[in-house]
Write a protein that binds this ligand. Sequence first.
Ligand SMILES: Nc1nc2c(ncn2[C@@H]2O[C@H](COP(=O)(O)OP(=O)(O)O)[C@@H](O)[C@H]2O)c(=O)[nH]1
Ligand SMILES: [Mg+2]
Length: 276
Amino acid sequence: MTEQTGVSHDSTLRSAEATDGLPLRSFGLHDRRRPGTWPRVSVIIPTLNEERNLPLVLGAMPDVHEVIIVDGRSTDGTIAAAMRVMPDCLIVMQEGKGKGDALMAGFQAATGDIIVTLDADGSLRPQEIPLFVGALLSGAHFVKGSRALAGGGSDDLTHLRSAGNRGLGMLVNVLFGTRFTDLCYGYNAFWRACLEHIDVRCDGFEIETLMIVQAAKANLRIAEVPSFEKARVHGESNLRTFRDGFRVLRTIVTQRRTPPVHAPTLESLEHAIQSA
Ligand SMILES: Nc1nc2c(ncn2[C@@H]2O[C@H](COP(=O)(O)OP(=O)(O)O)[C@@H](O)[C@H]2O)c(=O)[nH]1
Ligand SMILES: [Mg+2]
């Protein structure tokens, strides 16, 4: 079941207030588990030839626990750009291929309480991270960005991709009893402990669908927050609409047939979140 949070979309970071971890104090977002502290947020960014875009993303990053760049053997200066702009970021060299494989490598490397997935092309605004974290601190296990909620939107989606995304999203809602408003979107956040409840093994752009459908099957509490996707700044999308749309469709059909991941109970997930 999807929920919406009441956190303002227009919130902007005041990083001057950052101390340890996210400056959530400026948003009134406290970590209820330990008064006076903030959760450790790991931001995972897959990169494939994003030399010109990545500095824009890293430059707008709030003060988080760690930023993990998972590079798919870029042939431009992506890694040099990352090291120049954010010398303390962690760089993971992807061994396999595709965005899904890259995110998996990032999840394995992450050490924070909360994982946020972000793109490197300048389309997803790091300034929205507190909105996602706020929804997690308010009780969600998994938070999806949605371009379809009031306050969200996209300058990046073509009509064709938008129609495909709507159709695939409707199919998921019918088959899994969900009420998602945006299926194939790269901006998501979840408590790291949720990884025990979802099996994210896949290669490509179907990764978001796979995670969300499995989260729904595991009865995780899923919230949506409005998100605005800007147009990719430089270069072109790596997504191929028909090939990748078909992969998403295949993922949905396969997931309908397979049982949920054998996982600990939701009570133990809650416990893991509280004691992270
Ligand atoms: N490591 C890695 N990153 C990738 C790969 N394919 C895409 N990405 C990254 O995933 C993010 C989203 O990809 P993009 O091409 O913008 O797809 P779109 O947003 O769906 O149009 C960007 O940061 C890309 O650099 C890949 O094979 N490996
Ligand atoms: Mg993009």
